[in-house]
Structures are given as structure tokens and as C-alpha cells.
Design a protein around this ligand. Structure first.
Ligand SMILES: Cc1ncc(C[n+]2csc(CCOP(=O)(O)OP(=O)(O)O)c2C)c(N)n1
Ligand SMILES: CC(=O)[C@@H](O)[C@H](O)COP(=O)(O)O
Ligand SMILES: [Mg+2]
Length: 622
């Protein structure tokens, strides 16, 4: 059955939307929701968050004069409706595809994408900047931050609230999109405060208590009422946000246009900082996503009439994440000191099984990477063996905590760094492109990159055995398909593995780059080394190869600037005679979204690209 979208197909900009009669908006919402289900089921992407913000997106573009009024979408994974309504409906089939539309707002993509997001909790800071710019230039426009309850748990959001609440003459609207859900089940005290408000448990409990006292003398009843008001004042987030200097409104139903439109119209006329609390359901309008918003948070292509089939191993191979998941449970069984920590990425980082088997040793700290690391440092300082499971890109947010709280104190924290290298569809904001550069320069770290799934398991064990900070960085998805050995054996620290002996050229491969390096090594009859350790490097082997080869090539899926190759060059300074080097890695530019294989080919890190780069500087068989 072909679905038609008469209202949606007539909207090429918010001006077209604003020309509609408001009575047409519920029908538009129905069309937009169905369009998103159809489109995202064909391309993959973020689904349940987008379904939960259909009415809010329509209401915002209907009431506010976008793009003059600025909307900043926190995380930005919920902006597919925004993109459709701002002239990009026809581009939805290219969503997150190579050279197609981004899955997040991007300033270069549209004037309606006022700020690039994807890492969470930046929207209030950015919107405040825009609001101050408007005030300083005497422009009458509004800045609106739309932030989820998960993103609200990050310290940066409160830093911005604290700063904004002090600026009475700035027109800023913060909209909390509260669906009681992050990617994993909600955690933290803020969740409790919001939940209490929304269910009204505390207030109605006080009211019931008051009711029971109906039979008693009026003074007591009055006292009960005062208790209720006091309790309500204490627990409502309105108090929390009003203490920050905001005028708190809500909670209102974020799917009810009859509530959203008048509220936003009124707020548009008010000056100063305001905080609107809307309640939505993640996955709204698609029963399967409503029932499991986490499963439908980020989806691959699927048949939306049947829903997602259970996601097992990809193509029969274990993913690196699954290797980590199994290892963590195995090491936890052996060592009671082991605890697992995630900053709100239980599913993505592979902690679901650990959370089920070791609930009292599992910590989801919310979207709070900085806190996650120093929390781990505190645990390690007092004899525990914390394992922080974290995406490479999100580790960037906790860089000083890594240096100041863990490395400087030489504390035994294990980092399981997932999504290292090019991640694919999420693009430039999510590639794990820099961890080898930003970690190698810090003292006290043992830093490893596995060539396959078995090495991943053994390296995690090596990290566990090391008495100091240690990290294993591995890519998104599966590896060579090598089944991990059940037995866990620690590698000798700083020792590489010679995989092929050849002539003249030596290829030093880091991590998953071993696979293409072996292919090229065969073609060029080159020596191939599985380096295993980025820190400490196997300097003895490097210097030995320098004396028997004419060209040393390093290959890493990390920025070539400051990466593993730079460290090899530094070791070669001690070589008795100079040797030619060639460093291959990610170029000094941001890499957009696409399939991982497409992106590796684009940057010349597939076998063909590596071979071409070598023969360009060192003609084959010369
Ligand atoms: C700094 C950072 N850490 C982790 C993530 C991964 N992440 C993407 S969406 C999300 C949950 C966001 O929850 P919420 O703000 O409530 O939005 P919802 O998905 O519920 O609409 C997380 C943790 C991120 N994007 N940025
Ligand atoms: C929006 C966000 O940051 C996460 O949803 C991220 O897209 C998850 O990435 P993976 O799909 O690699 O787990
Ligand atoms: Mg949420």
C-alpha cells in the first residue's frame, strides 16, 4: 500500500508549515511520523528519539520564526523531522550515506541547523551564546535549546544553566524533552526528581494524607496543606531550575499540540530565561518502538511492518564489543575487585550481560564521562579494579580527568575503548580518530590495539594484570573472525609480533590495520609486524628492522599527526643510520559519514590505498 503525504509533500520550508491552519497540524504530525518510520526503516539511523519529537518539532517551527529564532537540538539525533520540515525531505534516502545527509544537525548543511551537535549536553551553552549575541546586537530573536533528560544529566548542562540563570536580560528558552529515557534505562537523582514530579507521587501522597485528616480540626488540615505545598516546592524540578534563575513551566504533554502551541506562543513573548518541561514518549506512534525504545534507538535497515529481528552476531562473527562483554564477565568471576562503569552506553559498550550477572558491580553514571573517570579513579585508589567502557570519541570529553586523576596518580584503571577508528554512519563527530594521539603523550599508560578478536580478549586481560593505567582500543563492528581463546594469557608488555619476513620494506601495523598490511606485504614481499603496543613500543624490534630495511611504513587508524607513527619516528632517531619512513593514518581533516569500508578507501587505509602510497614513494621491486 503506497502511503501518501499530501501535507508533508507541500512543505519545503517552515514558511510553508506556518501557512497551514493550526487545525491541520495533527494530520501533518501523523504524516511526518509515518514518513519517518518508512524512511528510517529503509536507511537505518536513530528512530525512537525522532518519533518522540514529531509534535514538538512541528510546534517549534510553527510558533518561532526560524531560522531567525535559533533552535539548538541537543545531541541532534532527534532532528530528522526538523530536517524534513526545513527543505531536506528529498534527501532523507541519503541519510548517513557516503556523501549524503548527516544524521546530526550541521551548519554547512542548512541555515536551520544553527549549531552542530552529536556529543550531548552542549545545547544550552550554545543557545546561551546565541541569546547573548542577539542581546548585544539589539536583535529581537529567541534562542531555544531542546535537551533530553539524558543529556540533562551531564555536568556541562548545569554549567550552562548556572551561567544563564544569572543573565536576566537574555532571551533563552530551554526545553527539557523528558521521555524518562536515555539510550539505557534512566539513572541518577535527576531522573528521580523528574519522575516524582511527573507521577506526582509525593504531592498526591501528601494530598491523601491531608484527605485522611479531613475528620480532624481545621488547623491540622491547614498544616497538612502547608506540608503538601512545602513538599511540592522541595521536590519539583521547577524548584531545581528556578533556583538556577529560570522561570519553570510544566510539565506539559509534548505530544499535545493544543498544549504545546499556546505555551510556546506565550513563551515567545516573554523576555528572560525560561525553562519548559515537556513530557514525551520515546518511540511514540510506533508500537514496537514504544515497547522497546532502546532497541529502536539506533536501527539498521529493517522491515517496519515486522520490526527488528533479534540482532545476533553480525555475519556469524563476534563483534569486538561482544568480545569485551564476555571478557568482562569472565574476569569479574575471577576477580572480585572488578567493577564495570559506563557513561550511559550500556548497550553500545557491551555491558548488558555484565549488568545482569553482576548488578552490584555495574555502574551506569549517566552521560557524565568526566565523572565516570574520576569515579573510577576513586575506586582504584581504594583497591578496586575499575573497567571503564567508553567510546573513543566520548573519552575526549574526560581528557583532564584521565591525565590529572588517573595517569598522574598511576592508578590501575582499565579503559575498554570501543569505536576506535572510523565508525561509519555517525561520521565526523563520532569517529575514534584521535585516541592514539591524545593518549600516547601522557606518561604511565600501557596502550594496546588488537589485530583480531582473540588479541582483544588477551589484551584486556593484559590490561587487567597491569598495575597502572591501561587501555585497549578496538573498532566498531567485527574483526578478522578469529575466535577468542577461552584461556586468558597476558602479553609481554611492549612486545610486538613479527608476522611476515620480507625484504627492503617493513610494514608496522597497529590494530585492525594488520589485515590490509598482510595483504600488501604479500604483494610487495615486505616484512609485516603486528605492533600490538602503541605504548610502550617495541623499540628494540623497530631499531633492528631499521638496520635491515630501506623503508619503515607505519599504518594506523588514527590521526597521522601525533599518532603511533610519530612515536615510531621518535624511536628511529636512535637508529645508527637514517632510514626512510612513511606514516599512513587519517589525514588532517574531518572525515564525514559513510560505510566504514568506503571511508577507509577514501583515506587510503585499505590495501589498495596502502600499496599505492608505498609504491608512490618507493617503486615496487626497486
Ligand atoms: C557526550 C556524549 N556521551 C554519550 C553520547 C551517546 N548518546 C547519544 S544519545 C544518548 C542518550 C540521550 O538521551 P536523551 O538526551 O534523553 O535523548 P533521547 O534519546 O531520550 O531523545 C547518548 C547517551 C553522546 N551523544 N554524547
Ligand atoms: C547519538 C549517539 O551518540 C549514539 O546513539 C551513537 O550514534 C551510537 O553509536 P553506535 O551506533 O556506534 O553504538
Ligand atoms: Mg531521553
Amino acid at each position: 500500500m503506497t502511503v501518501t503525504y499530501p501535507l508533508l509533500n507541500a512543505i519545503d520550508s517552515p514558511a510553508d508549515l506556518r501557512a497551514l491552519d493550526r487545525k491541520q497540524l495533527p494530520a501533518l504530525a501523523k504524516e511526518l511520523r509515518q514518513f519517518l518510520i518508512e524512511s528510517v526503516s529503509r536507511t537505518g539511523g536513530h528512530l525512537s528519539s525522532n518519533l518522540g519529537t514529531v509534535e514538538l518539532t512541528i510546534a517549534l517551527h510553527y510558533v518561532f520564526n526560524t531560522p531567525d529564532d535559533r533552535i539548538v537540538w541537543d545531541v541532534g539525533h532527534q532532528t530528522y523531522g526538523h530536517k524534513v520540515l526545513t527543505g531536506r525531505r528529498a534527501r532523507m534516502p541519503t541519510l548517513r550515506k557516503y556523501q549524503g545527509m548527516s544524521g546530526f544537525p550541521r551548519r554547512c548543511e542548512s541555515e536551520y541547523d544553527t549549531f552542530g551537535t552529536a556529543h550531548s549536553s552542549t545545547s544550552i551553552s550554545a543557545a546561551l551564546g546565541m541569546a547573548v549575541a542577539a542581546r548585544n546586537r539589539g536583535e529581537d530573536r529567541r534562542a531555544i535549546a531542546v535537551i533530553g533528560d539524558g543529556a540533562m544529566s551531564a555536568g556541562m548542562a548545569f554549567e550552562a544553566l548556572n551561567n544563564a540563570g544569572d543573565m536576566r536580560d537574555v532571551n533563552l528558552l530551554v526545553i527539557l524533552n523528558d521521555n524518562e529515557m536515555s539510550i539505557s534505562p534512566p539513572v541518577g537523582a535527576l531522573t528521580q526528581i523528574l519522575a516524582r514530579l511527573m507521577t506526582g507521587r509525593t504531592v498526591s501522597a501528601a494530598r491523601r494524607a491531608g484527605g485522611k485528616m479531613l475528620g480532624v480540626a481545621p488547623p491540622m488540615l491547614d498544616f497538612a496543606r502547608r506540608v503538601e505545598e512545602h513538599v511540592k516546592g522541595l521536590v519539583t524540578p521547577g524548584t531545581l531550575f528556578e533556583e538556577f534563575g529560570f522561570n519553570y513551566i510544566g510539565p506539559i504533554d509534548g505530544h499535545d499540540l493544543d498544549a504545546l502551541l499556546p505555551t510556546l506562543h506565550n513563551l515567545r513573548k516573554l523576555d528572560g530565561p525560561h525553562f519548559l518541561h515537556v513530557v514525551t514518549r520515546k518511540g511514540q506512534g510506533y508500537k514496537l518502538a514504544e515497547a522497546d525504545p532502546i532497541l529502536y534507538h539506533g536501527v539498521s535497515t529493517f522491515d517496519h511492518t515486522e520490526g527488528i529481528k533479534s540482532s545476533g552476531k553480525s555475519g556469524g562473527k563476534l563483534s569486538y564489543t561482544q568480545v569485551f562483554s564476555d571478557w568482562l564477565c569472565d574476569i569479574a568471576a575471577q576477580d572480585k575487585r572488578v567493577v564495570g562503569i559506563t557513561p550511559a552506553m550500556r548497550e553500545g559498550s557491551g555491558l548488558v550481560r555484565f549488568a545482569e550477572e553482576y548488578p552490584d558491580r555495574y555502574y551506569d553514571v549517566g552521560i557524565a564521562e568526566q565523572h565516570a573517570l574520576t569515579f573510577a579513579a576513586g575506586l582504584a585508589a581504594d583497591g578496586m579494579k575499575p573497567v571503564v567502557a567508553i567510546y573513543s570519541t566520548f573519552l575526549q570529553r574526560a581528557y583532564d580527568q584521565y591525565i590529572h586523576d588517573i595517569a598522574l596518580q598511576n592508578l590501575p584503571v582499565v579503559f575498554a575503548i570501543d569505536r576506535a577508528g572510523l565508525v561509519g554512519a555517525d561520521g565526523a563527530t563520532h569517529h575514534g580518530a584521535y585516541d592514539l594521539s591524545y593518549l600516547t603523550c601522557i606518561p604511565n599508560l600501557v596502550l594496546m590495539a588488537p589485530a583480531d578478536e582473540n588479541e582483544c580478549r588477551q589484551m584486556l586481560y593484559t590490561a587487567h594484570c597491569h598495575d597502572g593505567p591501561s587501555a585497549v582500543r578496538y573498532p566498531r563492528g567485527s574483526g578478522m573472525g578469529v575466535t577468542p581463546d577461552k584461556a586468558m594469557t597476558a602479553y609481554p608488555i611492549g612486545k610486538a609480533e613479527l608476522r611476515r619476513s620480507g625484504k627492503k620494506i617493513a610494514l608496522l601495523a597497529f590494530g585492525a590495520m594488520l589485515k590490509p598490511a598482510l595483504e600488501v606485504g604479500e604483494q610487495l614481499d615486505a616484512t609485516v609486524v603486528n605492533m600490538r603496543f602503541i605504548k610502550p613500543l617495541d623499540s628494540a624490534l623497530i631499531l633492528e628492522l631499521a638496520q635491515t630495511h630501506e623503508l619503515i611504513v607505519t599504518i594506523e587508524e588514527n590521526a597521522v599527526i601525533g599518532g603511533a607513527g610519530s612515536e615510531v619516528s621518535r624511536v628511529l632517531e636512535a637508529a645508527p643510520a637514517p632510514v626512510r619512513t612513511l606514516r599512513l593514518g587519517l589525514p588532517d581533516r574531518f572525515i564525514d559519514h559513510g560505510e566504514q569500508a568506503q571511508l577507509l578507501a577514501e583515506v587510503g587505509l585499505d590495501a589498495e590505498g596502502i600499496r599505492k602510497a608505498i609504491t608512490a614513494v618507493y617503486p615496487a621491486n626497486s
